[in-house]
Unconditional design. Structure first.
Length: 173
């Protein structure tokens, strides 16, 4: 296994991911709590490793079928795979359970963006920004939605906000 993929991550994450992968390779069951599986799923999301994300989501669903973090990652996986209606159904259910969960709101923004419903995407990205978490990504998404609507003045406002969050981001510049 290539350890370079863990370069920007901590030892806990590396150990969890390697333990999960060993479990899969050896075709055995091992217990992980939901927080540990959330870390594993997020690693595969960040790494764009859809195959391992599918395995992690499937295993997580076996252990914790009703856990919000597991359902959220399943919706994100479905979104990546283009199953937007299925992702939207899960996310709308999660929104009912946790209406202020910024990860759910952000994911709804992403799905509506993929569906080219830019106004709803903007609405959900703005709701997600209220907890002040990951503002750079939210602002970039808002800018892109306004750009898609040809509202360039609004797009510029959000690109500037994103630059304030991370002045060194070449993509935003």
């Amino acid at each position: 296994m290539n350890s370079d993929r863990f370069e920007n991550y901590g030892l806990k994450l590396k150990n969890l991911v390697l333990r999960f992968e060993t479990m899969i390779t050896d075709n055995r069951d091992e217990y992980f709590d939901v927080a540990d599986l959330e870390i594993v799923m997020d690693f595969y999301l960040d790494s764009n490793d859809v195959i391992m994300l599918e395995k992690a989501v499937s295993y997580s669903e076996l252990l914790f079928p009703d856990a919000v973090p597991v359902k959220l990652r399943k919706a994100q996986l479905l979104s990546i795979k283009g199953a937007l209606d299925a992702a939207l159904n899960i996310l709308k259910d999660l929104e009912q359970i946790e209406p202020e969960n910024s990860d759910v709101l952000y994911s709804l923004g992403v799905v509506f963006s993929q569906m080219e419903d830019h106004l709803l995407a903007i609405e959900y990205f703005q709701k997600a920004s209220l907890d002040n978490t990951d503002l750079e990504a939210i602002y970039i998404n808002l800018a892109q939605e306004y750009r898609a609507l040809n509202q360039l003045e609004n797009a510029i406002v959000y690109y500037k906000k994103a630059l304030k969050e991370n002045p060194d981001d070449d993509a935003t510049i």
